[in-house]
Design a protein around this ligand. Structure first.
Ligand code: PLP
Length: 357
């Protein structure tokens, strides 16, 4: 830290991304990427001709992408906002809607960035609400809470999800506040509350291309909600970085949305692999939370989370381990890979249980 850093950031604790090792080849099951490549159209389109146009600025309205998303989700273009990853969309939402008067709350165990944004934007009295003993979110904690709400549904890293009715109750009982539902994983079997956005002007749904659309490296996310909320997000964007989506990423996004068949096939494969992997882990004695996401959150009574993570890494398999908070320290989060990758994970796990269990 230099002596020039503003004192308001002196004690900020930045988000720690999962490891992205660039050296050795791991079976990489640690950051919830999609194991399948982007849709064929994406790969075809990002060619020499498109790359040679990088001398020109990108389209600040991102019109073609917004149009394509509007068609896919049967919305009006004014109900959609696109960002440089959903992390940026979430940052703009925190910036636009939260302050000392309009406080925010979110689950204590959830996507780590919510806490970081709360700190970055000086929301000192952001409230982190504990999960229930079974690691689920208690919707009653958010009913009538008199704050903005941020909820990941399905939640991370648990994979557990709330029903549309439960979310609706939160939205309906907090009409003076924005309820942000981060649906990063919803395509893997959760229920989206998209149908509610026509009915409530305080619901903002955030999605990403990083998981279900195989574009983590392109950085693309979006939000869907009432036109007023979308205007507010655009106000943030045009005050910060009007060209937030680069040319190649916009093209990639359009092509990914166009190919519904490829999208649905990938999802089907991942869901099938998830269910099979969960069964195999349970057969070995793991407790596996019922996941609606592209990962499993699991623990074994005879194996400490940290030890399991390390033993897998030694054997070339990367998973995610959270040392804090203590209540989840014995879990690991395992991204669903291809059947072949999961076979390696299961094989190495059997080996580890034999040696260390
Ligand atoms: C991965 C993830 C994000 C971030 O996605 P990007 O679009 O890659 O920035 C946001 N929220 C949750 C819950 C996630 O798991």
């Amino acid at each position: 830290m230099s002596r020039f850093l503003s004192s308001r950031f002196a004690d900020i604790e930045p988000y720690t991304p999962g490891e992205q090792p660039q050296d050795m080849q791991y079976v990489k099951l640690n950051t919830n990427e999609n194991p399948y490549p982007p849709a064929p159209g994406v790969i075809r389109l990002i060619n020499e001709a498109q790359t040679s146009r990088l001398n020109l600025y990108s389209d600040p309205t991102v019109e073609p992408l917004i149009q394509e998303l509007a068609r896919f989700y049967k919305l009006r273009p004014g109900q959609i906002f696109a960002g440089n990853g959903s992390d940026e969309v979430l940052a703009f939402a925190f910036l636009a809607f939260c302050d000392r008067e309009r406080k925010v709350c979110f689950p204590e165990i959830s996507y780590g960035f919510y806490k970081v944004f709360a700190r970055l934007f000086n929301l000192d009295d952001a409230r982190a609400i504990p999960l229930k003993a079974d690691f689920s979110i208690d919707p009653e904690d958010y009913v009538n809470c008199g704050r903005n709400v941020v909820i990941a549904n399905p939640n991370a890293p648990t994979g557990l999800s709330l029903s549309v009715q439960q979310i609706e109750r939160i939205v309906k009982t907090n009409p003076g506040y924005v309820v942000i539902v981060d649906e990063a994983y919803v395509d893997f079997g959760g229920k989206s509350c998209l149908e509610l956005i026509e009915k409530y002007d305080n619901l903002l749904i955030v999605r990403t291309f990083s998981k279900s659309r195989s574009l983590a490296g392109a950085r693309l996310g979006f939000a869907m909600g009432a036109e007023g909320l979308i205007e507010d997000l655009n106000r943030m964007k045009f005050s910060f970085n009007p060209y937030n989506i680069n040319r190649l990423t916009m093209l990639a996004g359009v092509e990914a949305v166009k190919d519904r068949t490829y999208f649905e096939d990938c999802l089907k494969k991942i869901i099938k692999t998830r269910e099979e992997s969960a069964l195999h882990l349970m057969e070995m004695g793991f407790e596996v939370l019922p996941s609606k996401a592209n990962f499993l959150f699991a623990r074994h009574p005879a194996l400490k989370g940290e030890a399991y993570y390390r033993a897998l890494k030694q054997r070339g398999v990367l998973v995610r381990h959270f040392a804090q908070p203590e209540s989840i320290a014995n879990f690991v989060r395992i991204t669903i890979g291809t059947p072949e990758q999961m076979e390696i994970l299961l094989q190495k796990t059997r080996e580890i249980l034999h040696q260390e269990g």
